[in-house]
Design a binder for this molecule. Structure first.
Ligand code: THU
Length: 161
């Protein structure tokens, strides 16, 4: 028997002034694109903005539905947009933020399980780690170097070939 361990490190910043300029710009876009979210049921408005390897930026916001399970998260809206507008181009950095009518937006959120799976597929298919910037409208900011860190024991396309 051998015991194995999975651990990862991530960076914690106290506020946006500590970020590199282009990371701060991306995060500000994610904070403001939350205004385009359609979230009348949860009142939780998520914004995701990616900087691609070709320098373009692509955004996504959560889009809810009266039939609740039909709603889609900001991250997967973004991935669909990126794959359609710039096929084959990898994502360098992805900033995710949120706003809410009901709770304070004062700490980072991280992608839900379904989005982690979708982000991992994108990372794998473009053969490039996606760097994540996670933050609320204010408060601490996390930077995680790859989606792989957020999904240990992932089921991937390797199993199907
Ligand atoms: N949501 C996202 O868009 N991204 C996440 O990472 C977490 C949750 C959305 C789904 C739903 O519209 C609302 O936030 C509340 O769960």
């Amino acid at each position: 028997m051998k015991e194995s361990k999975f651990e990862f490190s991530y960076k914690v910043y106290n506020d946006i002034s500590e970020l590199a300029k282009e990371d701060a710009t991306l995060l500000n876009k994610a904070k403001s694109v939350t205004k385009q979210a359609y979230a009348p049921y949860s009142n939780f408005f998520v914004g995701a903005v990616a900087r691609l390897a070709n320098g373009e930026t692509v955004a996504g916001t959560n889009q809810e539905n009266a039939s609740y399970p039909v709603g889609i998260c900001a991250e997967r809206v973004l991935l669909g947009n990126a794959a359609t507008l710039f096929p084959g181009v990898s994502i360098d950095t992805l900033a995710i933020s949120y706003d809410s009518k009901d709770v304070p937006s004062d700490h980072p959120i991280s992608p839900c399980g379904m989005c982690r799976q979708a982000l991992l597929e994108y990372e794998t298919r473009t053969a490039k780690p996606i760097r994540l910037i996670l933050a609320g409208q204010k408060g601490k900011i996390y930077i995680v170097e790859t989606v792989r860190f957020l999904l240990p024991f992932a089921f991937t396309q390797d199993e199907l070939i």
